[in-house]
Design a protein around this ligand. Structure first.
Ligand SMILES: Nc1nc2c(ncn2[C@@H]2O[C@H](COP(=O)(O)OP(=O)(O)OP(=O)(O)O)[C@@H](O)[C@H]2O)c(=O)[nH]1
Ligand SMILES: [Mg+2]
Length: 325
């Protein structure tokens, strides 16, 4: 797992004089961005986490869990892949938050070196959202690698017709059948992506698994616990921000976060009877933060009603999104 740079002793003697290990001409590493695109709930974040080998992106059984660009970085031998997880794409966004999420996903689709389209292979037919993505990629003349995910839920005789139908679109240079849950097919996918990398210096240090700031990562973890616990429209009407992040002298971290909700009754539900709900969310988020940062974490959660947060550009900026004007 070492970063192999050609040293001057590997080069013909007459070329060695001016070259250093930082010179692009002597770098023998590979690196690239892979944008992971797909409809909501396809398993994009699960796939990125499985490929990176660390949980960098939050996951829930609900749609629209991921709201912004989340990177997961894989470094193996001389190769570094920066996976860019994106919000699930759906046909029609109604609310400003949904619009910003869609803008973000399509923007990332245009920015990456390579596109990975993740489709949930479990349903018997392609959803409208998937048809919409395929249509748009086709119109834009984009090519992608197709990942049929959740194959652990499908019998092989159903997979083949689906793969053939998608292959007929002409969009996909290669099709992989994987399960982010069991890990099946991931080694082949990884090998394919690594083989397609361009020679380039690494963009991140070897041990880095994401470029997300700790504050955002921590807010996402709390949001995941809220998504797992709350139902109906409530998860979609809240946002979490880390307001304070302090390292104490004893090495522990003090994290203060605000959960913004839009209505008083939402605040009551988030708090639960006698604060029982928020206590559980806090305990579960704190536990995960402690594992992630390998130190003691003191987590303080506050719930604030801010009716209009979904029209406040600052709330979007905190999430790494832009509110359309
Ligand atoms: N059985 C099975 N479940 C999976 C697999 N991959 C993901 N899931 C589940 O599918 C659900 C959605 O997974 P996510 O990774 O959050 O999906 P996503 O595409 O990132 O969703 P959004 O961020 O909402 O667009 C979760 O309940 C996952 O546990 C898989 O390979 N097999
Ligand atoms: Mg996601």
């Amino acid at each position: 797992m070492t970063k192999e740079l050609t040293t001057s002793s590997d080069l013909p003697s007459d070329e060695t004089s001016d070259l250093t290990a930082d010179d692009p001409q002597v770098v023998n590493t590979n690196c690239g961005f892979v944008t992971v695109l797909g409809a909501p709930n396809a398993g994009k974040s699960s796939l990125v986490n499985a490929l990176v080998g660390t949980k960098v992106s939050i996951v829930s059984p609900k749609v629209q869990t991921t709201r912004t660009r989340v990177t997961g970085i894989l470094a193996v031998d001389q190769d570094q892949i920066v996976f860019v997880d994106t919000p699930g794409i759906f046909r029609s966004a109604k609310r400003p938050l949904e619009q910003s999420m869609l803008d973000r996903a399509w923007q990332e689709a245009n920015d990456g070196d390579r596109l990975l389209l993740v489709i949930d292979a479990a349903p018997s037919r392609l959803s409208d959202d998937v048809e919409h993505i395929i249509e748009r990629l086709g119109q834009e003349g984009r090519k992608a690698t197709l990942v049929l995910n959740k194959v652990d839920l499908v019998s092989p005789d159903k997979l083949l017709p689906l793969a053939e139908r998608l292959d007929a679109t002409g969009l996909f240079e290669k099709i992989f059948m994987v399960s982010a849950k069991t890990g099946s097919g991931l080694a082949e996918l990884e090998a394919h992506l690594r083989a397609g990398l361009a020679p380039s210096p690494w963009l991140f240090p070897e041990e880095e698994v994401t470029d997300m700031p700790n504050r955002l990562l921590a807010a996402e973890i709390t949001r995941e616990k809220l998504f797992l616990r709350l139902h109906q429209e409530l998860p979609y009407n809240l946002t979490v921000e880390t307001e304070n992040w302090q390292m104490a002298k004893d090495g522990s971290i003090r994290v203060e976060q605000v959960i913004y909700v839009t209505r008083d009754n939402h605040k009551a539900i988030v708090l639960g009877k006698g604060g029982s709900a928020i206590k559980q969310v806090g305990a579960s988020a704190r536990h995960e933060l402690q594992e992630l940062f390998a130190r003691r974490v003191h987590l303080f959660l506050f719930v604030k009603v801010r009716e209009n947060w979904m029209n406040d550009p600052e709330r979007y900026r905190q999430m790494g999104l832009t509110l359309r004007s």
